[in-house]
Design a protein around this ligand. Structure first.
Ligand code: FAD
Length: 418
């Protein structure tokens, strides 16, 4: 593949809009600010962290549940040069990760309670429409009232980064079933206590993030033929009674602020199109970016590589293929190699070559520690296959130059979610 500097822009500093203050938005902001750009981050809630903000309430953005432990260790889930606290165990709680993101983003220019409602091209700029939730804090009460009375306002940007997450819109193939009991999606699962004394069946699809459930819960992994009014029917024809069905079948992508003339969701809303490298909009490859779409990856470090590559295109130091058809045909080529088009953004083993390619095209230095992350990831994936809960009951110790690790066992209660 031949690369060339695609961007005609020589403008050193751009006005950048970042949608979402989760891990993807924050790491993008960090590098954009470092590069000297003018950055606005819009966050619809009142805090940073996205997925890592736990709430007892359901129906909100985050799908976090109470006793979750990370499925990656802190040694593999970090941003470059930003280690997690030394005293934390390798597999952390959601509070630990949230604290990390809060520390990481101190003094970032974030406008909270501000929802991006529309993004469209307007001449040479991106017109971004926002609705800010008006928060009034009475001086003597610890109560916050809010009125959504504000009119939408528009701002213009050179570049937009879409970092709105992808674990908030449930995919529920059983939504219209005749089941008469209680059915919830894992998005709304918070605590096992809610189901005490009930017969619960969980329906789990292979790649979904799914929560830990009480030992009494019967977990059915991907061999359910149908759901009937009182429970489920397995492939073998066995009828299993359930008071509650928890559906853990994953999520679809959603961009309510983007018109379908700009972005289409294909293959049951599991593929975002038209994008080059799961990242750059094909028609605006150096000004409209999507950070964090790849699934089955090490997340934070990968988001960082994506953000750095995108920023290299903005500054003109990075490259896109000189042949525009390479950009346009990215999706066709990838789909040809896939049996299931719904797996379009799932990378898993491909993630290492993917990041190397972005580093090479971006012309920035590869993080040498990424090789250690790769080793850790491979180790964890293989241990997870052997013991979906027990694999989290270890702590990793890095050797001095952090090129390798040792595994030490720790005694923890059997409460880690897969
Ligand atoms: P999010 O964290 O979802 O952040 C998106 C942000 O955008 C949110 O704050 C949201 O409010 C905001 N937003 C959305 N729309 C708008 C709008 N229109 N206007 C303004 N703001 C908007 N990953 C791991 O690495 N390790 C794990 O152990 C792990 N466990 C997980 C467990 C669960 C239950 C889930 C659901 C996910 C888990 N993940 C894990 C994946 C996790 O989602 C990613 O690590 C990462 O946090 C995703 O970050 P993000 O910024 O892409 O999205």
């Amino acid at each position: 593949m031949q690369f060339s500097a695609f961007s005609m822009k020589t403008m050193p500093f751009s006005k950048i809009c970042i949608i979402g203050a989760g891990a993807a938005g924050l790491v993008t902001a960090k590098h954009a600010i470092k590069d000297g750009h003018e950055v606005d981050i819009f966050e619809q809630t009142d805090s940073v962290g996205g997925t890592w903000v736990y709430s007892e309430k359901t129906g909100c953005h985050s799908s976090m549940y109470k006793i979750m432990k990370t499925n990656l260790p802190k040694e593999a889930m970090l941003f470059q040069d930003e280690p997690f606290r030394e005293d934390l165990p390798s597999f952390m709680s959601h509070e630990d990760v949230l604290e990390y993101l809060e520390d990481y983003s101190k003094n970032f220019p974030i406008r909270f309670n501000t929802t991006v409602t529309d993004v469209r091209r307007d001449g040479e700029k991106w017109k971004v429409c926002l609705v800010a939730l008006e928060i009034s804090r009475p001086p003597f009460f610890q109560v916050t009232t809010s009125t959504n009375s504000n009119e939408p306002v528009s701002h213009f940007y050179d570049v937009v980064f879409v970092c709105n997450g992808h674990f908030f819109e449930p995919l529920n193939p059983y939504e219209n079933s005749e089941f008469e009991g209680e059915m919830i999606h894992s998005h709304d699962y918070r605590r096992a206590e809610h189901f005490e004394g009930k017969t619960v069946v969980t329906l789990i699809s292979k790649k979904a993030v799914y929560p830990v459930l009480p030992k009494t819960v019967r977990q059915i992994a991907s061999h359910v033929k149908s759901v009937y009014e009182n429970g489920v029917v397995t492939d073998e024809g066995e009828r299993i009674y359930a008071d509650v069905i928890i559906v853990c079948t994953g999520y679809v992508f959603k961009f309510p602020f983007l018109d379908s003339s700009l972005i289409q969701l294909k293959h049951n809303d599991l593929m975002v199109s038209p994008l080059y490298q799961h990242l750059c909009h094909v028609d605006y490859p150096d000004s409209l970016f999507f950070i964090g779409l790849p699934l089955g990856t090490i997340t934070f470090p990968l988001f960082e590589v994506q953000a750095k590559y995108a920023l290299s295109l903005i500054s003109g130091t990075g490259k896109l293929p000189s042949d525009i058809s390479e950009i346009q045909n990215f999706e066709t080529r990838r789909l040809q190699g896939l049996q299931n088009p719904g797996a379009f953004h799932i990378l898993v083993e491909e993630q290492w070559d993917y990041m190397k390619e972005l580093v090479e095209m971006g012309g920035f230095e590869e993080w040498s520690y990424m090789e250690t992350i790769r080793k850790l990831y491979c180790y964890i994936m293989s241990e997870r296959k052997k013991n979906v809960i027990g694999y989290k009951m270890v702590n990793f110790e890095m050797n001095e130059d952090e090129t390798d690790f040792r595994v030490g066992f720790r005694s923890v209660k059997n409460e880690c979610g897969p």
